[in-house]
Ligand binder design. Structure first.
Ligand code: ADP
Ligand code: ZN
Length: 731
C-alpha cells in the first residue's frame, strides 16, 4: 500500500464505507481534492455515511452516475499503516472490511460539524430558576471544563434535551464559542526519574529500553510474579518511547484497574494519560480518538479496542496480564487483542511488551521458540516473598453441608483478624447459589431461552441467567411439579459464602467484590480503594479480585474451591486454573514486612495442576502442558478455527453443519480436518441453538483461505448466523 496519494477534484476515488457492502464504491474527489486515507462523508442512496478514501477508483461504474464526496472531515487521514492493519486483521479473522472500519471509527461525533465550546464560570451568573436539568448541564461543564462538545454530546452527557442548553445560553449563564478542535492531553514528563529500581528491575528495564531504541518491531515476554515490579519496569519502556517522540499504548484487561493505573502514571510522569474504554464518556472518547490521530495524546491506557485507534506514530504496546481471556473478543469480530497487538506492532515498527505472572501457553511457547525475547523478574520487589501455599484436603475435613469454610481456613482467618490484617476468600461464582432445585421433584430451574441454569441473586431478590442476562423473580412454587415451598439453593456463590462468613465472624467487616454488585465502574473503584485503605477485614471475591489490585494489608488468601475450573473436558482447563489460582494466591502478602499465606481447599490435592500451583514449578507445568498439546497437535502446536452456527431451529443448524462437514474438500486440500457439528459449549443462548464445527490444521497452514473457500460453497440461510472464531479460547 502506498503512502498518501493526493487526488484532485473530480478524480475517481475508491471509498470504503461502514456500510455492509462487499467492495469500495467510486466517488469523485470533492472541491479542494483529498488524500488517500481521508475520512469523508459520502452520499449512499438517500443517506450520508462515513467512509475512508482507500485508493484510486476502480472506474467500473457509469462515470455519469458517480456522485461526489460530500465533505472531507476535519481529522488527519488514516495512515497506510492502519489501513494495512485493518485489512490484515480482516484477512486473519475473516471479517468484512466495513466491519473493521466500524471498529476503527468508534468515536462518537466524528462526522459532526466543528465543535462548540460551552463555557460556564461559577459566580458569573446563575439561571433565573435552577432546575435539575440545568444543574446537570452546569455540573457537566464544570467537570469537563474547557472541553469542546457538540450539542448532542453535551445533551447526552448531561442527560438533558438540547432546549435546556439553549435556554442557558439565552440567559447568558453559559457562553458559546466555536472551537475547531478538542484539547490535547497534558504533556507527560518522560525525563522525570521513576522509583529507584532494584537490580533485577534495572536489568530488565535496560534490556527493554535497548529494544525500544531500535525503532524496529520486537516482542518481549516480561514474566514475573505478582508484585515483582513489572509495571515499574515497563513504565521505563514507556518513558523511552515518549523520549523518542513516539506514542505508547498500555492495554489492561479490566476497566476497574484503570483508575489505579492512571494515578500511577501520574505519579511517574506528572500528568494523566488518555483513557479509552467503554466506561469513558462520549466526549472524552472523541477527544481521545482525535488527539491520538493528531499526536496530542502521547500515551493511551485502555481496553482491547484501543488497538484500533488511529495512532500517528505508535512505538510501544504493552499488554498487561497478557494471558487474560478478556483480551479475546467473541462478538461481531472474533479477535485476540494480544495477537493483534503483535501484528500491529510489526506493521509500525513498534515494540510489544507482554507482561504476566502466568503467561499464556501461546506466549510461553513463542518465547521458547525464540520468536519473543524473554525477561524475568525472579523475586518480589523488596523483601516481600511469595505466599506460603498449602492445600486443605477436603476429603479429610468434614465440613457440614451448606457450609464451605473448613476449620483450618476459619482459624487462619481468625488469626488475621486478631492481627488487624485482611483475608481474601476467593470463589469464582457470582450470585447466591448456582443451582435452585425443587426438593419435591428434583427439577432445576433453567433459563427459558438458554441452555443454562438460572442463578439465584439474593441481593437483587431474583434469578438471573448468566448467559443472556434474563431475570425473573424467585417462584413460590416449582414451575414443574407446582409443589409449594420446596425450592432450595444448591452450592455456593459469593453471596451465600458471605452469609456463612457473617455467621462465623460476626464482628468482622465483610466486603463482597463481584462485578454484578456494583452499578458503575466508579462505585467498584471506590470500593476497591476503601478495601486497600483497610476498610474491610474479610474480602469475598470472584475473579475480579485476581486482576492486579493491590491490597497492602492482605496476608491470607483462601481459595474456597480450587478444583472448580478443573471440571469439564476443555483442554485449556488446566492452564486457566493454574493461571487464575496462582494469580489469586499472589494477592497475599505483597508488602515487605508481612509474609502471606494461601490456602487451597481441594478434594484432589494430588491433581497435577494443584501440585504445580503449590510447588510453584511453573516451567515444569508449562513444559508438561506443552507436551500434551504437542502430542495431539493442538494450539499452540497446531491451528484451530471454530465455526459457530446458530438458529432458532435446532434441525436447521445441524443440517447446515452436517452439509458443511460433508463438503470438506477445500479443507482436505490443505490437510485440515473438520470435527462436528457438535453442540457449542453453550448449546442455546437467547433462544438460538448453537453448534460448533472445529477445524484443525498443522501449524503453518494458510487456513483462512481454505476456510473462506469452504464456507463459500453453501449459501447461509436467512435466519442462520455463521461466525468464524480463529484460535478459539476453548477446545
Ligand atoms: P507487578 O506489576 O509485577 O505486579 P508492581 O510494579 O505493581 O508489580 O510492583 C508491586 C509493588 O511494589 C507496587 O506497590 C510498587 O509500587 C512497588 N514497587 C515496585 N518497584 C518498586 C521500586 N523500584 N521502588 C519502590 N517500590 C516499588
Ligand atoms: Zn438465558
Amino acid at each position: 500500500m502506498t503512502e498518501n496519494d493526493w487526488f484532485a477534484q473530480g478524480d475517481l476515488v475508491a471509498v470504503l464505507t461502514t456500510q455492509p457492502l462487499d467492495r469500495c464504491l467510486d466517488y469523485a474527489a470533492p472541491e479542494g481534492g483529498c488524500p488517500t486515507g481521508a475520512f469523508v462523508e459520502v452520499p449512499l442512496g438517500p443517506r450520508k455515511v462515513l467512509g475512508v478514501v482507500w485508493g484510486p477508483g476502480a472506474g467500473d461504474f457509469d462515470r455519469a452516475k458517480v456522485r461526489s464526496v460530500d465533505r472531507v472531515l476535519d481529522v488527519p487521514p488514516m495512515q497506510a499503516e492502519l489501513r494495512e492493519f485493518l485489512s490484515r486483521c480482516a484477512d486473519y479473522t475473516l471479517t468484512s472490511m466495513p466491519t473493521m472500519l466500524r471498529m476503527a471509527t468508534r468515536a462518537p461525533g466524528l462526522t459532526d460539524a466543528p465543535s462548540m465550546r460551552w463555557v460556564y464560570r461559577r459566580g458569573e451568573g446563575q439561571p433565573e430558576r435552577m432546575t435539575d436539568a440545568r444543574r446537570r448541564v452546569l455540573a457537566t461543564l464544570e467537570e469537563y471544563g474547557g472541553l469542546a462538545f457538540t450539542m448532542s454530546e453535551l445533551s447526552a452527557t448531561a442527560g438533558v434535551t438540547n432546549s435546556v442548553i439553549k435556554g442557558l445560553v439565552k440567559q447568558g449563564v453559559v457562553v458559546e464559542e466555536a472551537t475547531p478542535r478538542d484539547l490535547p492531553y497534558p504533556r507527560l514528563d518522560h525525563e522525570r526519574a521513576g522509583l529507584p529500581l532494584s537490580e533485577a528491575q534495572a536489568a530488565a528495564a535496560a534490556a527493554l529500553r535497548a529494544t525500544g531504541k531500535l525503532g524496529a518491531y520486537g516482542t518481549t515476554l516480561l514474566k514475573g510474579v505478582t508484585g515483582s515490579g513489572k509495571t515499574e519496569v515497563y513504565l521505563e519502556a514507556v518513558a523511552e518511547c515518549l523520549a523518542a517522540g513516539r506514542q505508547a499504548l498500555v492495554l489492561l484487561p479490566e476497566i476497574a484497574l484503570t483508575g489505579e493505573f492512571l494515578s500511577r502514571v501520574e505519579r511517574r510522569f506528572g500528568a494523566r494519560p488518555a483513557e479509552w474504554h467503554s466506561g469513558v464518556t462520549m466526549t472524552e472518547r472523541r477527544r481521545c480518538w482525535k488527539m491520538v490521530a493528531e499526536g496530542g495524546a502521547e500515551l493511551v491506557v485502555g481496553a482491547r479496542s484501543a488497538l484500533f485507534l488511529p495512532f500517528r506514530d505508535l512505538g510501544l504496546i504493552v499488554v498487561d496480564e497478557e494471558h487474560d481471556s478478556s483480551y479475546k473478543q467473541e462478538d461481531i469480530v472474533f479477535y485476540n487483542a494480544r495477537d493483534m497487538a503483535v501484528l500491529r506492532a510489526s506493521l509500525c515498527d513498534a515494540q510489544v511488551v507482554l507482561a504476566s505472572a502466568t503467561p499464556s501457553l501461546e506466549s510461553w511457547a513463542n518465547a521458547e521458540a525464540g520468536k519473543y525475547s524473554r525477561l524475568e523478574l525472579g523475586a518480589r520487589f523488596g523483601a516481600a516473598e511469595m505466599p506460603d501455599m498449602r492445600a486443605i484436603d477436603l476429603r479429610a475435613e468434614k465440613i457440614p453441608s451448606g457450609r464451605w469454610i473448613s476449620g483450618e481456613l476459619q482459624r487462619a482467618v481468625e488469626a488475621r483478624i486478631a492481627q488487624g490484617e485482611q483475608s481474601l476468600l476467593f470463589l469464582n461464582r457470582r450470585g447466591y447459589a448456582p443451582v435452585t432445585v425443587c426438593r419435591a421433584c428434583g427439577h432445576q430451574i433453567g433459563c427459558d431461552h438458554c441452555d443454562a441454569r438460572m442463578v439465584e441473586h439474593r441481593f437483587q431478590k431474583r434469578l438471573v441467567c448468566h448467559q443472556c442476562g434474563e431475570t425473573k423473580p424467585m417462584p413460590e412454587v416449582c414451575p414443574k411439579c407446582e409443589v409449594e415451598g420446596r425450592l432450595a439453593p444448591v452450592g455456593p456463590g459469593v453471596e451465600r459464602l458471605a452469609e456463612e462468613v457473617v455467621g462465623l465472624f460476626p464482628e468482622a467487616r465483610v466486603a463482597v467484590l463481584s462485578s454484578d454488585l456494583f452499578g458503575s465502574a466508579r462505585a467498584l473503584k471506590e470500593k476497591i480503594e476503601e478495601i486497600a485503605r483497610g476498610g474491610a477485614d474479610i474480602v469475598i471475591g470472584t475473579q475480579l479480585v485476581a486482576k492486579g489490585h493491590n491490597f497492602p494489608l492482605l496476608t491470607l488468601v483462601g481459595v474456597i474451591d480450587a478444583d472448580l475450573g478443573l471440571q469439564g473436558t476443555d483442554l485449556r482447563a488446566a492452564e486457566r486454573t493454574f493461571q487464575l489460582v496462582r494469580q489469586v494466591a499472589g494477592r497475599a502478602g505483597r508488602t515487605a514486612d508481612r509474609q502471606g499465606v494461601a490456602l487451597l481447599q481441594s478434594h484432589q490435592p494430588d491433581h497435577p495442576v494443584i501440585r504445580a500451583i503449590l510447588s510453584g514449578d511453573e516451567e515444569g507445568f508449562w513444559r508438561a502442558e506443552a507436551e500434551q498439546r504437542r502430542a495431539v497437535g493442538m494450539p499452540p502446536y497446531g491451528r484451530l478455527a471454530g465455526i459457530i452456527l446458530s438458529s432458532p431451529e435446532v434441525a436447521e443448524v445441524f443440517d447446515f453443519g452436517n452439509e458443511l462437514a460433508r463438503r470438506d474438500g477445500p479443507l482436505r486440500e490443505v490437510g485440515a480436518q473438520v470435527f462436528g457439528p457438535a453442540p457449542a459449549p453453550i448449546a442455546r443462548v437467547r433462544g438460538r441453538h448453537r453448534v460448533r464445527l472445529l477445524v484443525k490444521a498443522a501449524k503453518g497452514v494458510a487456513l483462512q483461505g481454505a476456510l473462506s473457500r469452504w464456507i463459500a460453497q453453501l449459501r447461509v440461510p436467512n435466519n442462520l448466523r455463521l461466525s468464524v472464531d480463529i484460535d478459539p479460547q476453548s477446545f
